[in-house]
Design a protein around this ligand. Structure first.
Ligand code: HEM
Length: 451
């Protein structure tokens, strides 16, 4: 009797197909709004074969993110666990989660990333030279995916351009397809291909770890890339803090977590800059000021990124309106009480970012694109902007994504102007937002590249 209102629907299927259809049609936000109108901010349903409670609002977000690791644990789909490995950080809890997360953050924190701004710019300039220069038309989303994969390979894994990286890209595509698939391991299913690709990548990473250990023994700097950094962190007993399996599974996770998200943010920024002249002019002015202060061929520094304040508010507002991560699941470790209802042990809880991002009591006139909301971030109530999550599982790649986005937008707006080829400004979710036809744009070069 104390269960939240709502129906669990047809056994196994529940409301999954209906939600997936709404995602594809980009109406998932209204799908949830309808539920709230019907049942209020807490309701039960069944998603992906499991009884689920959907809760929304700032208090709901706080409940989820502050109880993470306590009454609630992380809940991922079976395909994620099978493809990325059971030692990836999403599968870990308690002390194990803390240990692996601290190790990842020791490389992903701003103090460390500061040293890599030049390397990021080199990667972006190389990408532009190969894929944008001399072209009249490009399709942004696939190119941004290539760029973010290259960034991850160079900066995080220290894998140079060449045959090994090409092989990795090929397998990676298959891995990604399986991460979001139905976990049926039969020949010719996406899931089966993905498992095989994952096994091959894990073999390649084992070899890479061996090589990196030798380099470290020869005196290579431990902070040259994330993998070297993870290998060189020792625990109290002077032994490596992370097992090889943990490093490999987390490298696989970072490939997935850092690839789709940043590439989608940059793609939606490119789309916005083509359709909002006021925002475009202000971003351009900020970026040109920085470019003017540089000598020919002089690279961007961390200090330059600090000056890109307006551009970052535009990125944050883009994430508010179109969060790449729609929402996420947690699992109850015991019966829990919330909002006067009982959520039984082992049920899923689902949070949805858009429900607070589009709440007019938090963000005034929420459908209006207004980057000034993020000028003073302390004015945003806690647990209401959750594009990067919150609490102990808040995205550790936030700074990496920020640096990558700012460097890329700087290079693009100072080198090109562009127009959208497709007047259809809609997008679907798969589960990440995908603009129509991957966002083809008409390019005009501004001037000869500086670098
Ligand atoms: C615009 C870019 C990005 C967005 C919007 C984003 C969003 C998120 C969100 C919402 C979560 C929390 C999920 C939850 O609580 O269930 C998360 C976690 C995570 N993200 Fe990101 N992310 C981005 C970029 C990156 C990058 C570039 C990396 C790696 C370099 C990364 C690595 C991770 C990892 C490892 C976790 C799991 C953390 C944990 O469980 O402790 N992300 N991200």
């Amino acid at each position: 009797k104390r269960l939240p209102p709502g129906s669990l629907g047809i056994p196994l299927v529940g409301q999954s197909l209906s939600l997936l259809r709404a995602m594809k049609a980009n109406t998932a936000e209204s799908w949830f709004e309808e539920r709230v109108k019907k049942y209020g901010p807490i309701s039960k349903l069944s998603l992906f074969g499991k009884p689920t409670v959907f809760i929304c609002g700032q208090a709901a977000n706080k409940f989820i993110f502050t109880n993470d690791g306590g009454k609630l644990s992380n809940q991922q789909t079976m395909s994620i666990r099978r493809v990325l490995g059971d030692r990836n950080i999403l599968e870990l809890s308690g002390e194990d989660h803390k240990r692996v997360r601290n190790a990842l953050v020791s490389f992903l924190k701003p103090d460390c990333l500061k040293m890599y701004v030049t390397k990021m710019e080199q990667e972006v300039r190389r990408h532009i030279k190969m894929n944008w220069e001399g072209k009249q038309k490009v399709t942004v989303l696939p190119l941004m995916k290539t760029l973010s994969f290259d960034m991850i390979c160079s900066l995080l894994f220290g894998i140079k351009h060449g045959a090994r990286r090409d092989k990795l890209v090929e397998y990676f595509q298959q891995i990604i397809e399986g991460v979001w698939s139905i976990p049926v391991n039969l020949p010719f299913t996406r899931f089966n291909r993905s498992l095989k690709a994952s096994a091959k990548v894990q073999e390649m990473l084992k070899e890479l770890l061996r090589e990196k250990r030798i380099e470290l023994l020869k005196g290579a700097p431990s902070h040259q890339d994330l993998i070297s950094c993870l290998l060189s962190i020792c625990g109290e007993d002077n032994k490596e803090l992370l097992s090889d399996e943990e490093i490999i599974h987390n490298v696989l996770l970072i490939m997935v977590a850092g690839h789709d998200t940043s590439s989608i943010l940059i793609t939606f920024l490119v789309r916005l800059l083509a359709s909002n002249p006021t925002v475009y002019e202000t971003v351009l002015k900020e970026q040109e000021e920085i470019a003017k202060g540089k000598r020919l061929g002089e690279r961007l520094t961390w200090e330059d990124l600090v000056k890109m304040k307006y551009t970052w508010t535009v990125a944050m507002e883009t994430l508010r309106v179109t969060p790449p991560v729609f929402g996420g699941f947690r699992k109850t470790k015991q019966d829990v009480e919330y909002g006067g209802y009982l959520i039984p042990k082992d049920w899923q809880i689902f949070w949805v970012a858009a429900m607070t991002h589009m709440d007019s009591s938090i963000f005034q006139d929420p459908t209006n694109f207004d980057p000034t909301r993020f000028e003073d971030q302390s004015s945003i109530p806690p647990y209401s902007f959750i594009a990067f999550g919150a609490g102990i599982r808040k995205c550790p790649g936030y700074e990496f994504a920020k640096f990558e986005t700012l460097v890329t937008i700087h290079c693009l707006v100072t080198q090109f102007t562009w127009e959208l080829c497709c007047k259809d400004n809609r997008f679907s979710r798969d589960p990440m937002p995908v603009p129509t036809q991957g966002l083809p744009i008409q390019l005009t070069p501004k001037r000869i590249a500086v670098a």
